[in-house]
Design a protein around this ligand. Structure first.
Ligand code: BG6
Length: 488
């Protein structure tokens, strides 16, 4: 077992989808890899009438369904199951939290977990503030005097619904927890390849000198999914793709691409630079929204379960963003996210400028394609640099070729760690670098909220697109100036 400090992982929302799909498999995988602290317990707190044994069976069923490669019989499972406990209680009743505090004290004695606590909010976002307040009022949000070194809280996106609600959530959080106790998960930051953006930029001398408006024409960030709303119509219809993927995942990627080098890899040093980059993005006023954004809806969306028949919620959105600082002045960032697109792919395409002068006979400037650097976040994780090469033969013809690095080929033995495993482990060890800070969240909402409001006011302008296509027609011409979206 690892050397990590003993602790109890308190899971709010033990019966929800997130627990089943992500947390149960991630916690069990960490247990199997012997990465969890030796003294460690998971205490679920939820409304339903259950006991430890039923909760253990629920977790087994979840792992079986969502991570079927891991065996759920035998010693390994039994030792994991023996760390699982259940405490019944309401989210909004002080009595429940009294019971929770007592149970934690019992567990501390039974499992030698001296008052270090990690509270995980795997609950619907409407309930975050209730639980946070109740934890605070029950004095569970602070470290117990004379016992334990830390108390942390992990919350999942969405962090609010717009700027006002995100501020409200931040205020509630900071009434009871200090910022360094709060771990806001954006699971994209847990992806290896997202972390590799920093390594690529700051551990290689080659690219950083070119990483600016002098050499880069524009940057495209694509977060595309093939699936539609897949049974999550109820949630999605009140959210839309901009809230679901742009405000968080895409903006996190953008900030890592656009940021200045941090002074160190300390969590706050990195986040200081990320938030500066987001703050440097020129706000899009409501009047500019029609030409700086595109929003679309896939055909058939309105008949999905849970979706309003007249819904104008967007399932595709694209933004044109200008990062107004010395590095990026004049180099736009195009960001798009969508569902029901031709493939599931997340990538960053850095499009370099054209060469200044054409030397090769009979060739027009247009025949020489500018270099593109593609950072593929998922799937087929890797990096590709498209360069021009001479086609073999007597004529001087050029063709684009690929210099490629593939994660799977370069590291054939290493499995890519699941984002949740990485993030849970970091929260247990107290490393917040891959978690979003409150000011980052607000900076990103400050940018997005006027756009969302303008969309709402402009009502019906959501443009249809067929499933399996790259969004509405207008997305095609959106880039302007002869630029086109890369087809991943
Ligand atoms: C979630 C969104 O944050 O990310 C989902 O709510 C989306 O709508 C998911 O499907 C995509 O995550 P991943 O890791 O599969 O790219």
């Amino acid at each position: 077992m690892s050397e990590l400090a003993p602790c109890v992982f308190v899971l709010f929302g033990a019966t929800g989808d997130l627990t089943k799909r992500k947390l149960a498999p991630a916690l069990y995988a960490l247990h199997r890899e012997k990465l969890l602290p030796e003294s460690f317990a998971i205490l679920a707190y939820a409304r339903r009438d259950k006991d430890d044994a039923t909760f253990r069976e629920d977790m087994r069923a979840a792992v079986k369904e969502f991570a079927p490669k891991m065996p759920t019989e035998g010693k390994e499972w039994d030792s994991f199951a023996s760390r699982l406990y259940y405490q019944k209680g309401d989210f909004d009743k002080p009595d429940g939290y009294k019971g929770l505090a007592e149970r934690l004290t019992e567990l501390d004695a039974e499992r030698q977990t001296p008052c270090n606590r990690l509270f995980y909010m795997a609950i619907p976002p409407e309930q975050y503030e209730t639980v946070i307040e109740q934890l605070g009022k029950a004095k569970l949000s602070k470290t117990t005097p004379g016992c334990g070194a830390w108390t942390r809280v992990i919350i999942e996106k969405p962090f609010g619904y717009d700027l006002d609600t995100s501020r409200h959530l931040n205020d509630t959080l900071s009434s009871f927890f200090d910022e360094d106790q709060i771990y806001r998960i954006d699971h994209y930051l847990g992806k290896e390849t997202v972390q590799n953006i920093l390594v690529f930029r700051f551990a290689n001398e080659l690219f950083e000198p070119l990483w600016n408006h002098k050499y880069i024409d524009h940057v495209q960030i694509t977060v595309a999914e093939k699936i539609g709303v897949e049974g999550r119509g109820n949630y999605f219809d009140t959210s839309g793709i901009a809230r679901d993927m742009l405000q968080n995942h895409a903006m996190q990627i953008l900030s890592l691409v656009a940021m200045e080098p941090p002074v160190s890899l300390d969590a706050n040093a990195v986040r200081d630079e990320k938030v500066k980059a987001v703050r440097a993005i020129r706000p899009i006023s409501k009047e500019e929204v029609p030409h700086m954004t595109v929003r679309g809806q896939y055909s058939g969306y309105r008949t999905e379960e849970g979706v309003e028949p007249g819904s104008i919620t967007e399932t595709y959105a694209a933004l044109k963003l200008h990062v107004d600082n010395w590095r990026w002045a004049g180099t736009p960032f195009f960001v798009r996210a969508g569902k029901a697109l031709p493939s599931r792919v997340t990538e960053i395409a850095v499009q370099f400028k054209s060469i200044p002068q054409v030397l090769f006979n009979k060739m027009k400037r247009d025949n020489i394609r500018p270099n593109v650097l593609v950072m593929r976040i998922q799937p087929d994780e890797g990096i590709h640099l498209v360069i021009g090469a001479k086609e073999p033969g007597p004529a001087m013809n050029l063709a684009p070729v690929d210099l490629s690095f593939s994660y799977r080929e370069a590291f054939p033995k290493a499995a890519i760690t699941d984002a949740y495993e990485r993030l849970l482990l970091d929260a247990i060890r107290g490393d917040a670098s891959l978690f979003t800070r409150g000011d980052e969240v607000q900076a990103s909402w400050a940018l997005l909220t006027p756009i969302l409001e303008a969309w709402r006011e402009q009502g019906r302008d959501v443009q249809p697109y067929f499933t399996n296509t790259w969004g509405p027609e207008r997305a095609e011409s959106f880039l302007g100036e002869g630029r086109t979206w890369r087809e991943p």
